[in-house]
Design a protein around this ligand. Structure first.
Ligand code: GLC
Length: 597
């Protein structure tokens, strides 16, 4: 086990004072295995890892010493309540700061709006200084130490974070850690011949190695950015998984790890609560593979998690890993045994299954695939979402498709040809943190003029990244308007969810069979609360679920906790009311939530 030497331990006591030093050393004792283990495996062959670990722990110490007092209080609260992000009151909202409100300052003026909707977790899309011109929506960062000046400054970010904390809300931002912009200082210095900066990237003198890798590499943007390497005059062939201006970092170099850790700690000290780790599966490359989800990528995340916990225990890490289900859950630490890794991860499988069920009016594939996956480890949480700023990758495995009599390829192609709908009731009740995509609360549509902007015309993801329509928002109180109905529906889900303790993350979600192949039924259970049952009709005709399902779900004294319109009365069931044990009739695309005792 790793131990600090006496000199370093004294440094901790001097830098932090008695109470905080004691807490820091206690954390170090607890985390030392999670720090030294992965780093030894990653870098043992290239460097003296005892030295490296000591340096990184000292970096964490400096960050801990610089951590503002209010954030230390938040840390203390979160160490007492490590499940702070698992509460059923956690409701997320994701937007681009400029598209939502012009700037970070502008966002502050709309916090009442978010609070009205029930939001407690605000994810702002990339906001660090990007390269000029096309920046893949901010995912090509030129300076990790500065905020995009069009959005504001680091000081504005701090003020926003403090204001959110004052309202009991958490702030999530993107951290693009797989690549930098080619305008980043390291890339510029590498171009100028600095050997240390060359080592920050993956650069090859000719096509030999790139060709060997490309034999097994899939392309991320085959139409707009084919290939995974870019020829840079004077340098050679640079690894560029995404666009030619996004240079992949070389995580086999411990200096890259150390710098990226420093960035994480700085952002945490500005008040950021959650870092969305962009493109996490791509961090480590291996010849003969697709260079995604490599064991070393997990080791990197484990070490990042342990070292950020050491300095800023209130910070959580969220994996953006849009990969197949067996690989996805590993980002939450579900390996042979639980190995702490990211605290949160996007549940892209649930997202895909909802669209699939809507398109086919048949929940059998969703039921099959969702019931056979490994559960998220108890200390972690999924982020449940319906859509985001990216395109949808159809994460339907051939095996799952075959199990319900479908062809995987044909089904994925069918889905590509299909469309959109209203599925937030599942997002709010499947057990993850629900994440609302900006504008969905107002039933906002795509941006019809997206292709008019020459900087964006080549990337059709801008189609569904419209600017916030505040005129629409002003009509949200009008129950006769579409936006009024959408807003009330989402706010209703948020309110109902807050009181349903079974919806906290950390419990279990079990898919139950129903008499209808269009009704998705699942039971949530949490050791600290009564069970919960959700029924959702994915078809355009009404469906009956047999009344026995309530007993099979183990709900005693079941009550209707929340529902959309039901077929028999046509009235919304918003208040808990005793239910009759007749077959439960669900109107087209409606849902009903039940809670027991
Ligand atoms: C992530 C982002 C996507 C971006 C890519 C490269 O997948 O969600 O928008 O293009 O990373 O940074």
């Amino acid at each position: 086990m790793f131990r600090l030497d006496h000199e370093a331990e004294n440094a901790v006591r001097q830098r932090l004072g008695v109470l905080d030093a004691d807490a820091f050393l206690a954390r170090l004792e607890q985390l030392s295995f999670d720090i030294a283990g992965p780093l030894g495996q990653l870098y043992g062959s290239v460097t003296d890892t005892t030295r490296l670990v000591t340096d990184l722990v000292m970096d964490a110490l400096e960050a801990a010493a610089a951590r503002p007092a209010l954030l230390r209080l938040l840390d203390r609260r979160r160490e007492i309540d490590p499940g702070w992000f698992q509460r059923s009151r956690m409701i997320g909202y994701v937007c681009y700061a400029d598209r939502f409100a012009g700037s970070l300052r502008g966002v502050r003026h709309h916090l009442d709006y978010l609070a009205e909707l029930g939001v407690t977790y605000l994810h702002l899309m990339p906001l660090l200084q990007p390269r000029d011109g096309d920046s893949d929506g901010g995912y090509a960062v030129a300076d990790y130490g500065a905020v995009d000046p069009r959005l504001g400054s680091m000081a504005d970010l701090e003020v926003l974070a403090a204001e959110l904390h004052g309202r009991g809300m958490a702030l999530c931002i993107d951290l693009v850690l797989n690549h930098t912009a080619r305008e980043h200082e390291w890339a510029r210095k590498a171009l100028a011949g600095d050997p240390a900066c060359r080592e920050m990237y993956l650069i090859y003198p000719d096509r030999t190695i790139p060709d060997a890798y490309e034999a097994t590499l899939p392309e991320v943007f085959p139409d707009t950015a084919p290939g995974s390497f870019t020829e840079v005059p004077g340098l050679g062939w640079v690894w560029t998984t995404f666009h030619e201006y996004q240079w992949d970092l070389n995580y086999a170099n411990p200096a890259v790890f150390r710098h990226m850790l420093a960035t994480m700690l700085t952002l945490a000290n500005r008040g950021v609560d959650v870092l969305r780790l962009d493109a996490a599966p791509f961090l480590w490359k291996r010849p003969g593979t697709d260079s995604q989800n490599q064991p070393e990528a997990h080791l990197l995340l484990q070490a990042f998690r342990a070292l950020t916990r050491l300095a800023a225990p209130g910070l959580a890490l969220k994996a953006e890993a849009i990969v197949g289900p067996e690989m996805l859950v590993q980002y939450l630490g579900a390996h042979d045994r639980y190995q702490p890794e990211c605290d949160l991860a996007y549940d892209n499988q649930l997202m895909v299954m909802l669209w699939s069920a809507l398109a086919t009016r048949d929940v059998r594939l969703a039921g099959h695939a969702l019931s056979r996956r490994r559960p998220a480890p108890a200390p972690t949480a999924w982020v449940s979402y319906l859509r985001c700023h990216d395109d949808i990758g159809w994460a339907v495995s051939d095996a799952d498709a075959a199990a319900v009599g479908l062809g995987g390829f044909e089904h994925r192609r069918f889905l590509n040809e299909f469309f959109a709908g209203r599925l937030y009731a599942v997002v709010f009740s499947f057990g993850g943190i629900p994440l609302i995509y900006m504008g969905d609360e107002l039933a906002m549509t795509n941006d019809p003029g997206w292709a008019g902007d020459p900087g964006q015309a080549h990337d059709n993801r801008w189609m569904h990244r419209p600017r916030m329509d505040w005129a629409r928002a002003a009509r949200r109180g009008d129950p006769a308007s579409v936006e009024g109905r959408a807003f009330a529906a989402l706010r209703g889900l948020a309110r109902a969810r807050q009181d349903l303790l079974a919806l906290r993350s950390g419990g279990t979600t079990e898919i139950l069979p129903t008499g209808s192949q269009s009704v998705l039924a699942y039971r949530r259970a949490h050791p600290r609360s009564a069970p919960f049952l959700s029924l959702t009709n994915f078809s355009d005709v009404s469906q009956a679920a047999d009344s026995g399902i309530i007993a099979r779900a183990g709900l005693r004294d079941a009550r209707l906790a929340h529902a959309s319109t039901v077929v028999d009365t046509g009235a919304p069931w918003t208040d808990p009311a005793p239910i009759e044990l007749a077959p439960i009739e669900l109107a087209p695309w409606s849902f009903a939530w039940f809670s027991g005792t």
